[in-house]
Design a protein around this ligand. Structure first.
Ligand code: K1U
Ligand code: ZN
Length: 174
């Protein structure tokens, strides 16, 4: 297992549409293990492979409470099969947009099809935080960030802030 750097906005790789996983071998399982280690260290409750610069359709999530044992979930090639009409608001964060939180409205319940670590097809019905987190991570593998769900004003404000910070870092390194 290895801790991997998380890429941050405005890195253009966050806008890539990730590729479907076709082969379930030890290297894809090693990627999932690296993702879990990176997510726990951040700390976060979810991570998509593109956030560690791997453009493949892999997502990990763990919603276990602080004092409970870890409950890692791995989703390969996840897709939303059904979304509820009713919506839920949740204050979201993103490990690729550090220290920025905003309320996002999404379908309250989803049914997701995916493959597990061994390539076996599975389905899960989710509500609450798991539904929100699955949608946030599936957005990532399609090149979508949670700020894309905000008003244009809020989105442009946060994108400009992160672009300015990146320019400052570049000029300090030059
Ligand atoms: O995909 C990501 O960037 C991870 C993100 C997942 C997420 C959070 C909230 C709503 C939807 C999706 C995070 O994990 S941000 C960090 C976070 O929420 C958290 C960190 C420590 C403890 C509890 C939560
Ligand atoms: Zn995110």
């Amino acid at each position: 297992m290895a801790l991997r750097p998380i890429i941050c906005m405005p890195d253009p790789r966050l806008r890539l549409v990730s590729k479907k996983v076709e082969v379930f071998d030890d290297s894809i399982r090693a990627l999932m293990d690296d993702m879990l280690e990176t997510m726990y260290a951040a700390p976060g409750i979810g991570l998509a492979a593109i956030q560690i610069a791997e453009p493949v359709r892999v997502v990990v999530i763990d919603l276990a409470k602080k004092d409970d044992p870890p409950a890692p979930m791995c989703f390969v090639n996840p897709e939303i099969l059904w979304s509820s009409e009713d919506k839920a608001d949740y204050e979201e964060g993103c490990l690729s947009i550090p220290d920025y939180y905003e309320t996002v409205e999404r379908p309250a319940r989803v049914k997701v099809g995916y493959q597990d670590r061994n390539g076996v097809h599975q389905e899960i019905e989710a509500d609450g935080l798991l539904a929100t987190c699955l949608q946030h991570e599936i957005d990532h593998i399609n090149g979508v960030l949670f700020v894309d769900h905000l008003s244009r004003l809020k989105r442009e404000r946060v994108m400009k802030k992160f672009q300015k910070a990146a320019r400052l870092r570049e000029s300090e390194q030059a």
